[in-house]
Design a protein around this ligand. Structure first.
Ligand code: SAM
Length: 222
């Protein structure tokens, strides 16, 4: 007997991802591409901050749930804060993820400057079990154009997310982002013919992302 596993599709939940993921079946999403808080107390020039960026208490329970809901033999990509790599690595390993690659996103601008001009973002490629080889192997350095941060204080550019979705999911697959912010991962997935599901704690960002995906859907259908 085959068991059907279900996760909701093409919608965003407004809530804490640790709670919301508990309603998803085990092994129900095909790829995770997520940009969680970096645990750096970030504040931009306008004073905007990110929820849960002041603590790492969510790290272990959130990644444990992500590992559970991901299908066996599939990939997760997680951005992380470079000076909190120990916390992230501990949470990924405790959840059961294998560490299979590291990605550098090259900026043409410095997001801040101290001992160095900080001109890159970073993410790890994680796997559940033993995944197949991607149809096309992509480089681990990806250009990262400035998003303008108009929709979110740490908005990721869709252009930098697309190659990851293309490499680590197939058309019709379900791409999941439990820290979806303004919905950049979800917008990239939708544009590439994937199904998507997101979770966002902040009601303002949830509404921005919901509007953004609906508009993109309307434009695509016109
Ligand atoms: C780094 S931002 C993501 C930005 C996103 N990549 C974009 O391009 O807009 C992280 C997001 O996670 C949300 N967040 C923090 N803790 C959360 C939780 N426990 N559950 C769901 N969302 C959470 C924050 O409100 C924030 O919008």
């Amino acid at each position: 007997m085959t068991t059907t596993v279900n996760a909701p599709r093409n919608m965003i939940f407004n809530g804490d991802c640790i709670d919301v993921m508990q309603a998803f079946d085990t092994g129900s999403v095909d790829m995770i591409l997520t940009d969680p808080p970096y645990v750096t107390n970030y504040r931009d020039r306008q004073g905007r901050s990110v929820a849960n960026d002041d603590n790492g208490r969510w790290l272990k329970p959130a990644f444990a749930e992500m590992h559970r809901v991901l299908k066996d033999g599939e990939f997760a990509v997680s951005f992380y804060g470079w000076n909190k790599v120990d916390l992230f690595m501990e949470a990924w390993r405790a959840a059961g993820f294998r560490i299979v690659g590291h990605l550098v996103f090259r900026k043409r601008y410095a997001s801040s400057s101290r001992f160095l001009r900080y001109e890159h973002e970073q993410a790890y490629l994680l796997a559940k079990g033993t995944p197949r080889m991607p149809a096309r192997v992509i480089p681990d350095v990806i250009d990262f154009p400035y998003s303008g941060n108009r929709l979110h204080p740490t908005q990721k550019p869709v252009e930098a997310l697309r190659p990851l979705i293309q490499a680590f999911s197939r058309p019709g697959d379900l791409v999941f982002d439990p820290f979806s912010g303004s919905g950049s991962t979800l917008a990239a997935a939708q544009a590439l013919g994937r199904d998507w599901v997101g979770i966002e704690l902040d009601n303002g960002h949830y509404r921005t992302a919901t509007r953004r995906l609906a508009e993109a859907n309307r434009r695509a259908a016109a």
